[in-house]
Design a protein around this ligand. Structure first.
Ligand SMILES: C[S@@+](CC[C@H](N)C(=O)[O-])C[C@H]1O[C@@H](n2cnc3c(N)ncnc32)[C@H](O)[C@@H]1O
Length: 257
């Protein structure tokens, strides 16, 4: 799996690639990440990559040509590295894009990777988008200063799903939105001490009884999902993933006032 990232701030990625459980995947090349700066493909002493918007108005716009030249260099290197006849898609991060969710991350985690374009300023010259961008992805309904944080979010979520990345193989299956939880939200977690600030750990978790612990966790997942994301429960119900016991737990929950 290989990701090429087009960014005016490649230095942001170095610390990100060096920490946490995902570090080994990046360092071993299991998930190869290459950063490319469009400034290196801009002509002149000033290596200018942005200009004022036609029609006036505030801010600057990323120019098409340095991006096109940078993209051509990436495509050439990928081809040299043996990329087959299905070239990697070019993804632009943008508030216009489809919001990234678990299904999106799962799809990317089964892919060969992509070329990720991080916008800056007011965004990218529309003609470059029209000619080269395959899809646009958003981190949510708010505006960032640049696409780098969105790129890191996607990379991190995709990388932790790769085999062997998490210490406990398959533990991501028990995370929110994942198959082992039927797409529900995760249950609460506790660690030592058994009593903290007068608050004990729920007795079920100390019982040592595996089935009771599993039942308690399932009930908590149902309760939390019902309270915070009821539409996920409805989706699980539609997929036939809620048991009769689950429905009983939900029916017994206090009704909102
Ligand atoms: C200041 S923003 C430009 C915002 C743009 N003028 C607008 O109003 O939609 C600069 C860059 O940050 C990135 N960006 C901003 N918000 C984002 C979001 N919600 N998701 C993904 N990328 C985002 C995009 O790459 C964008 O080109």
């Amino acid at each position: 799996m290989r990701f090429d990232i087009i960014t005016l701030f490649p230095e942001l990625f170095a610390p990100f690639l060096e920490v946490g459980v995902t570090r080994r995947a990046y360092q071993s090349g299991q998930v190869a990440v290459h950063c490319w700066n469009p400034r290196d493909y801009a002509p002149g002493n000033y290596r200018r990559v942005d200009d004022r918007p036609f029609g006036g108005g505030p801010g600057m716009v990323m120019m098409a040509q340095p991006l096109a030249d940078c993209l051509a260099a990436i495509r050439a290197q990928r081809a040299q590295a043996g990329e087959g006849d299905r070239p990697a898609p070019l993804v632009l991060f943008s508030p216009i894009g489809r919001a990234i969710n678990h299904a999106e991350v799962q799809t990317w985690s089964d892919s060969q990777g992509a070329i990720l374009l991080c916008g800056r300023y007011e965004g990218v010259d529309q003609r470059f988008i029209d000619q080269f961008v395959d899809m646009q992805l958003s981190l949510g309904d708010f505006v960032l200063s640049g696409g780098e944080i969105a790129a890191m979010a996607l990379l991190d979520a995709v990388t932790r799903l790769q085999p062997g990345v998490l210490h406990d193989e398959g533990s991501h299956q028990l995370d929110s939105f994942n198959p082992a939880l039927d797409g529900l939200l995760d249950c609460p977690h506790y660690t030592r001490p058994e009593v903290w600030n007068g608050q004990p750990v729920p007795a079920e978790l100390l019982s040592g009884h595996h089935a009771h612990i599993e039942r308690w966790r399932r009930e908590q997942s149902l309760r939390i999902t019902a309270a915070h994301r009821p539409e996920l429960l409805e989706a699980a119900r539609t997929r036939g993933q809620l048991t009769r016991k689950d429905e009983q737990v939900l029916a017994d929950l206090p009704k909102p006032l």
